[in-house]
Each structure stands twice: as C-alpha cells, then as structure tokens.
Design a protein around this ligand. Structure first.
Ligand SMILES: [Ca+2]
Ligand SMILES: [Ca+2]
Length: 122
C-alpha cells in the first residue's frame, strides 16, 4: 500500500452462518494507511541552478526564495532549510567572506544585505 497514492481503503465484509435458512451480516471496514517517511523533499523553486543578480539593487531585495515539497505527512513532510558552505567556498574563503558581506540568509530566502556590484564580489 502507498499512502501517498491512496490513504483510505474500504473493504466490504460479509459473514454467513450454516443454518437453514442461512443468515448473514455485512459491514464496511475502513482501513487508514499510516505514513512512513518514504519520500525525500524535492526543491521546486528555484528551477534554475544559476541565478543572476542585477548590480546596484537596493539592500533588502530578495534574490531567491527556496521552496521544497515533501509528499509524506506530518513530521515526515516537515522541511527545514539551511545553506551549506560548498567545496568551492571553503577553497575560496575570500569569495565566501565577500558573499556573506553582501547576502543575508533567512530560513528559505537569500536577500541583499548591501547593494551588490560585480567588483564587490570578485
Ligand atoms: Ca519525507
Ligand atoms: Ca509516505
């Protein structure tokens, strides 16, 4: 069973005795499928892996908002966002330092902390 495909199944059951005449009873049993964490979150926004930022944008301008979905239920679908320092940044600390001076990170968005110019970043 796959809860994400169908969470509730209804089964009709019938019992019958061996008497003469036979007597019977019917009931409908509802089966609720509980969730397991079998789906990973998927990032749906942004669709692009490379973002362009126009220089001289004012501070506070949101550059990108990340949105992810998870088709599980409850805590299994709860998503937290974090930004990870990649290998490029750890080997280019000056770039990363400048990046942190210019961009401000919140839970699921990156905004400009200062106005951005190409010369500030590179
Ligand atoms: Ca999940
Ligand atoms: Ca699931």
């Amino acid at each position: 069973m796959d809860r994400e495909a169908k969470a509730v199944h209804e089964l009709q059951i019938e019992v019958k005795d061996q008497g003469n005449p036979p007597r019977n009873a019917k009931a409908i049993v509802r089966v609720m499928v509980t969730d397991v964490n079998d789906n990973t979150p998927v990032i749906v926004e942004p669709e692009e892996t490379v973002l362009s930022v126009r220089e001289e944008l004012p501070a506070g301008t949101e550059v990108v908002r990340i949105r992810a979905v998870d088709t599980d239920e409850g805590n299994n679908a709860s998503i937290t966002y974090s930004f990870v320092i990649g290998e490029f940044c750890t080997s280019h600390l000056l770039f990363w330092t400048r990046f942190l001076e210019i961009f401000k990170f919140s839970s699921s968005a990156i905004a400009l902390h200062k106005y951005c110019t190409k010369s500030r970043l590179f």
